[in-house]
Write a protein that binds this ligand. Structure first.
Ligand SMILES: Nc1nc2c(c(=O)[nH]1)N[C@H]1C(S)=C(S)[C@@H](COP(=O)(O)O)O[C@H]1N2
Ligand SMILES: [Mo]
Length: 311
């Protein structure tokens, strides 16, 4: 199991003060760089009060620099450095999330209402992209099941669908047809209700950097990274499996489930090993873990299913 039970400290508690301050000035620098030539403007990073979680791994997190400079966020371009360069243009306040479909209390909710009274947790999770690179990221967030309980899931609901903002004026990658915008993702309802599935509003004890999906994104740590949709503006409860962006773009290569599985290769590369991002000149490969190391927690969800068929 990849959980840890040191429930007394969060990342902010253990970060030396001067390292923290250096990081703050780095953030300010990145923000200033991102603001050049942009119309919007990233919100200032702010501390978030968190409590630790037993679901956190005790692996060493990647550096703040790794987590915020090597990203996939096609709304800002396809290069790994495009999000850090261009996502500063995105206005993230005000932010509203429409919740609709098979729910008792549908509506368009202000982000502040969705998070009011919610105790944020630090969740240090392994993160695995389908491209076979991996990181460890200290997210700040809360369980999606808390939000679903508040809006009231109706009995016919079987899936949860998510959509990212469409705003080509601020999202320069959306002026091109790389994907069919909006970016869409989805989960089966039991996957969405699982305690490992979180809505994240920050990382490293602070509000979410724009390049990581500000102001609110999904994190599903046992699935390939593309399931963890960023900058969410709509959450819909549905009876049918919803269409999802990468599956629509290439159904043979990207399935709806996309559970991390060393035994099911991508048609164009092996998934048996992964490259850990960061750590200097020597690219370290390590074995891919079943369900990205969360098999003990989630394997029951897929009892009786052929994982190669439902990839
Ligand atoms: N809206 C949106 N969400 C997205 C993506 C994207 O391009 N657009 N990329 C996905 C992919 S492929 C990965 S690996 C992760 C990367 O998250 P990170 O940049 O915070 O590490 O975001 C996912 N969520
Ligand atoms: Mo990814």
């Amino acid at each position: 199991m990849r959980t840890r039970f040191k429930t007394d400290l969060t990342w902010a508690d253990v970060t030396p003060k001067d390292a923290f301050l250096n990081r703050r000035s780095l953030i300010a620098g990145l923000g200033a760089a991102a603001a050049v030539g942009s119309i919007g403007g990233a919100a200032q990073a702010a501390r978030i009060d968190t409590v630790p979680s037993p679901y956190s791994t005790d692996l060493e997190p990647n550096s703040y620099e790794d987590v915020t400079s090597y990203n996939n966020f096609y709304e800002f371009g396809t290069g790994k450095d495009d999000p850090a360069k261009y996502a500063g243009a995105l206005t993230t306040d005000p932010w509203a999330v429409k919740i609709d479909g098979l729910v008792d209390r549908p509506g368009t909710y202000d982000l502040a209402d969705l998070t009011k009274g919610v105790q944020m947790e630090e969740r240090i999770y392994r993160f695995r992209c389908v491209e076979a690179w991996a990181m460890v990221i200290p997210w700040v967030g809360f369980e999606l099941n808390q939000l679903l309980a508040r809006v009231g899931v109706q009995s016919g609901a079987k899936y949860v669908a998510f959509e990212t903002l469409v705003r080509p004026e601020e999202m320069r990658g959306q002026r091109r047809g790389t994907l069919d915008w909006p970016y869409r993702e989805g989960l089966r309802l039991d996957e969405a209700m699982h305690p490992l599935t979180i809505l994240a509003t920050g990382l490293y004890g602070e509000t979410m950097p724009n390049q990581n999906g500000a102001p609110i994104r999904l994190v599903v740590p046992w699935k390939y990274g593309f399931k963890s949709i960023k900058s969410i503006v709509r959450i819909s409860l549905t009876a049918e499996e919803p269409p999802t962006s990468w599956n629509m773009a290439n159904p043979r290569e990207y399935g709806f489930y996309s559970n991390v599985n060393p035994e099911v290769d991508h048609p164009r590369w092996s998934q048996a090993t992964e490259r850990k991002v960061g750590g200097g000149l020597i690219a370290r490969r390590q074995p891919t873990l079943m369900m990205n190391g969360y098999a003990d927690e989630v394997m029951d969800l897929y009892k009786g299913m052929d994982l190669a068929k439902f990839y």
